[in-house]
Design a protein around this ligand. Sequence first.
Ligand SMILES: Nc1ncnc2c1ncn2[C@@H]1O[C@H](COP(=O)(O)OP(=O)(O)OP(=O)(O)O)[C@@H](O)[C@H]1O
Ligand SMILES: [Mg+2]
Length: 273
Amino acid sequence: MSIIGIDAGGSAVKLYDGKQFRQFPSAIGYDWRERHLQQQHGEHDYDWAYDGRRGFAGTLALHESQMADSLKGDSKAHPEARLRVLIALHQYAAGPEHDIVVGQPIGTHTKGQKELIKKLLIGEHEITINGRRKVITINRCEVAAEGVSAGLLAGTKGQVRVIDIGSGTVNYGTLLDGRYKDLESFTLVTGMETRRNPDLDSFARQIAAYAVNKGWGSQDTVYLCGGGADPLQRELVKYFGSAQLLKPGMSEYANVDAFYRIAKGLYANGQTD
Ligand SMILES: Nc1ncnc2c1ncn2[C@@H]1O[C@H](COP(=O)(O)OP(=O)(O)OP(=O)(O)O)[C@@H](O)[C@H]1O
Ligand SMILES: [Mg+2]
């Protein structure tokens, strides 16, 4: 049995099992076809078959699928997110059975959506990738809130704010002594790949304005994570003087690191790995 955190992001799927951080592009194409030229496009070329469908994923989808896309948005309660999770487990998890924690944006981190995600994931799945068939069993699954969960990595007492800047969402989280504060945690449904204005300074202004509107102050303790954290830190410091990176150089892994820690706390009783 392995304990694993998986963050099936709109841009990249991230996995952490306590030992290795892994990621691959979230792109999925359903228009499978025979390829005459079999050249490799990248480290993450996936030809998948699952649930009666077949297609390309990862770097193969980016190059060879006409309609490759990755659903970006404020919910991960959909079959495409399930496929991302199963590809991650097929490629990077040891053994056939897993206890996992996955993520959902704060704005849609509701009981109904969480139940939907668990229903999609828990159970036995047969999936073939690049000709390798595997039966994957997800025994236990919990759904953590993106962004605010990453705040657990700060380990700071008192009030901590987190801004998780992803490809299609910005999650804002508030923790008080390590406990989530729902009132001041929310999601802005735009991100590094969906923002209207390509300038980093105007995106930072938009991110900050949204937070200030919800009651955040410029003196608050603010941590940044997600793929947008590093490029935006210099801009965001202008609005939140303390804004610092939660996981410098590995900002996109902050959520999955926290998901793994949560999974360990939930499932590790009596287990040694
Ligand atoms: N140095 C950089 N400069 C500009 N953009 C970057 C940089 N590094 C990462 N990004 C962007 O960050 C995004 C990936 O971040 P992340 O992995 O946190 O997103 P995600 O979790 O997949 O998305 P979401 O949380 O919205 O589902 C991509 O859009 C990528 O283009
Ligand atoms: Mg993300």
